[in-house]
Write a protein of this length. Sequence first.
Length: 394
Amino acid sequence: MLTRIKDLATKLAPRLIEIRRHIHSHPELSGQEYQTSAFVSGVLSSNGLHVQEGVGKTGVIGELQGTGNSERLLAIRTDLDALPIIERTGLEFASRSQGIMHACGHDVHTTVGLGTAMVLSQMAEELPGRVRFLFQPAEEIAQGASWMVNDGAMDKVSNILGVHVFPSIPAGSIGVRYGALTAATDELEIIIIGESGHGARPHEAVDAIWIASQVITTLQQAISRTQNPLRPVVLSIGQINGGRAPNVIADKVQLLGTVRSLHPETRANLPNWIEKIVANICYSYGAKYQVNYRQGVPSVQNDYFLTQLMQSAAEEAWGSDRVQVLPEPSLSAEDFSVYLEHAPGSMFRLGVGFKDRLINYPLHHPLFDVDESAIITGVVTMAYTAYKYWHQNC
């Protein structure tokens, strides 16, 4: 069966590269993936899948019915949206949408999802149950998965698989990770309220900018001395707003940032921990404060047995030397984790790095590019994992 899957994928290779380049040339921002969704729907329909459009606003579901009576339903999720980045790759098929670019590889993800659907649709007689393909919008703003779930995308789903490109792994190889793959990512707003005054007489005012600087410094220092170093926390303040003029003491400062963590217990304690530090500093200097902590997406926790199944499928397909067991998680966010609140699943890293280049630019970079040979690696790995899912207990 592996040989058949490889043969089918190889025959599809020119078409899949064409698909990827079309999607890359026509990127759309989160929640605005109308053309991409219509294109995906057309490909799925032409390959005999039952298609449902408008799921999660601009998402698409394609369902493939096997020939057996198994009640298990396997979902395969990929994402559609691009980023507000000006592309500088100079590719012939570079973005035609000003200021928008597929700089995170979602064009490759969508192509792998479509390629897997195309391969499995030609071997439906070998599938005892259903495969549901989820083409999700708005991953970059970490909302699309929730939209899809709210529209029933995970109804009756037994397990789910996902893929994300990884430029630090060479094309032709993949990475698997047991347990935590990505971090939980939350949003933080801190407002410091002081009293305005003349820049020449700071002792008559309550300087919100200076107090905000104390808050930032103390939070960073406290992480290393009050948080378990074996349970990492990354707190980044990315935006500071405050002040009206160079010679006026600011009476209000807004700090905006993100908080990333891997362990649920640590994450649950972070809002109170942050507020206590802010409260103590503000009290010491006569300021008032507000702390607004909004939980974002949880950590992706890969299921052990599904990850083992994926690793086994990849090693059979490509050899163990082309399958990396990743030693550590990433502290980036991925709303694939939202689906894992409804069914066990696993996401693998698809190597897209060029072997002959000194530099493989990172995700979200305006020069980010992929070795397109990785598409077949992704399709075969996903399709063969799906096949083994039905023919091996997990």
